[in-house]
Design a protein around this ligand. Structure first.
Ligand SMILES: *Cc1c(COP(=O)(O)O)cnc(C)c1O
Length: 397
């Protein structure tokens, strides 16, 4: 079906590869195909490209190049950080602290570790999705070896007090890992200033390619190797490198860093215009996540009397791609664990919509969403017996 406009508003799920990123990647699929471990110039050329990407990633977080390890994405970096640190520090303790709103790459890894003799504390969050640092302090025990708390939440955009958490972890001599997949490119990050020992990021969330990520590890962190084999990634993650993707990630991170300030300013403007526009035009809505300590690109709202799934399908019919924390997307009937954790009733969680913005979005995109969304919400609510009841049975659409 022909639509008036296509608006991609699901940048927290993935982003399109930036044209400059693609351009830098392409030669590594063709003429520059060498194996980075080979000593002749074709190999050395590939090795130098990886080194350059590593320098770029290091510079983006204020790290050293030898603290950057390329992985097969954000999930792999999360798995490596948790399992690697847990098993390597078992002699010191078996207790891990995380939160109830982490990405499944963290939560399911923690569940796995619980099945293998580790004890995990899942910190609750408040109504805005914020961790309480005093609670964190109280949960620390003599056998706590790792704290893993996400930088910013992928569903509701809440940004955690990472600096305070890092300070506590460092004082107590406990490793601090953060899943920064959503924060990189949207928030300035300095791993030294924030006392972060390990950090995960992903290429495809910042206009790089899919299937490549980074685990930053502070020098001296005790961690098990991930893949045994050749000497790649200082023998810690063996296997011939995904050269083109690593080059692409390097370029994407460089672009993100170069434009960070203007990006944050512009997207904050678009985000707030969208939130206010929805609140002005539609009744019975609530903003999920923190009103100010939230990612510049995240809008998450619940619409009472509506199913998120129906909303997504209707939006898709007018060319708008978005996401929901409701059922079905995950193949389960339970609403998102994040929306449950901030205390939303099931019905409210089921009617949630996430619009996540990116560089590619414009003012016109926001206007288009604000024009299309209200009549869709009206139409769907007109089908809801509960809404008709709320209106005293006098609904007429
Ligand atoms: C997308 C995402 C991941 C997973 O990254 P992949 O590269 O897709 O494996 C992990 N954590 C968060 C917060 C994410 O948003």
């Amino acid at each position: 079906m022909k639509v008036a406009r296509n608006v991609y508003a699901d940048n927290a799920a993935t982003t399109p590869v930036h044209p400059e990123v693609l351009e830098e990647m392409l030669p590594y699929f063709s003429e520059k195909f060498g194996n980075p471990s080979s000593i002749y110039s074709l190999g050395r050329e590939a090795k130098e490209a990886i080194d350059k990407a590593r320098d770029r990633a290091a510079k983006a977080f204020g790290a050293h190049a030898d603290e950057i390890y390329f992985t097969g994405g954000g999930s792999e970096a999360d798995n490596w950080a948790l399992k690697g640190v847990a098993y390597a520090n078992r002699d010191r303790g078996n207790h891990i602290i995380t939160t109830s709103i982490e990405h499944h790459a963290i939560l399911h890894t923690c569940e796995y570790l619980e099945e293998h003799g580790f004890e995990v504390t899942y910190l609750d969050v408040d109504e805005y999705g914020m961790v309480d640092v005093d609670r964190l302090r109280e949960e620390i025990k003599d056998n706590t070896i790792l704290i893993s708390i996400m930088f910013a939440n992928n569903e509701i955009g809440t940004i955690q007090p990472i600096e305070e958490i890092g300070k506590i972890a460092r004082e107590k001599g406990i490793y601090f890992h953060t899943d920064a997949v959503q924060a990189v490119g949207n928030v300035p990050i300095d791993v030294k200033k924030l006392n972060i020992d390990l950090l995960s990021m992903s290429g495809h969330k910042i206009r790089g390619p899919k299937g490549v990520g980074v685990l930053y590890m502070r020098k001296g962190v005790k961690i098990h190797n991930l893949i045994h084999g050749g000497a790649q990634e200082k023998k810690r993650r063996a296997g011939t490198e995904n050269v083109a993707s690593i080059v692409g990630l390097g370029k994407a991170i460089e672009l993100a860093g170069r434009n960070l300030e203007t990006h944050v300013q512009r997207l904050t403007g678009l985000r707030d215009k969208l939130i206010k526009g929805i609140q002005d035009r539609i009744e019975h809505v609530r903003l999920n996540g923190h009103p100010t300590k939230r990612l510049c690109n995240n809008v998450n709202m619940s619409f009472e009397f509506i199913e998120g799934e129906s909303l997504l399908l209707s939006l898709d019919m007018v060319g708008i791609s978005a996401s929901s924390g409701s059922a079905c997307t995950s193949g389960s009937l339970d609403p998102s664990h994040v929306l449950m954790a901030i205390g939303l009733p099931h019905e409210t969680a089921h009617g949630s919509l996430r619009l996540s913005l990116g560089d590619i979005n414009t003012e016109e995109d926001i206007e288009y969403i604000l024009e299309q969304l209200p009549p869709i919400v009206d139409r769907l609510r007109a089908l809801s017996p509960l809404f008709i009841q709320e209106k005293g049975g006098k609904i007429n659409v």
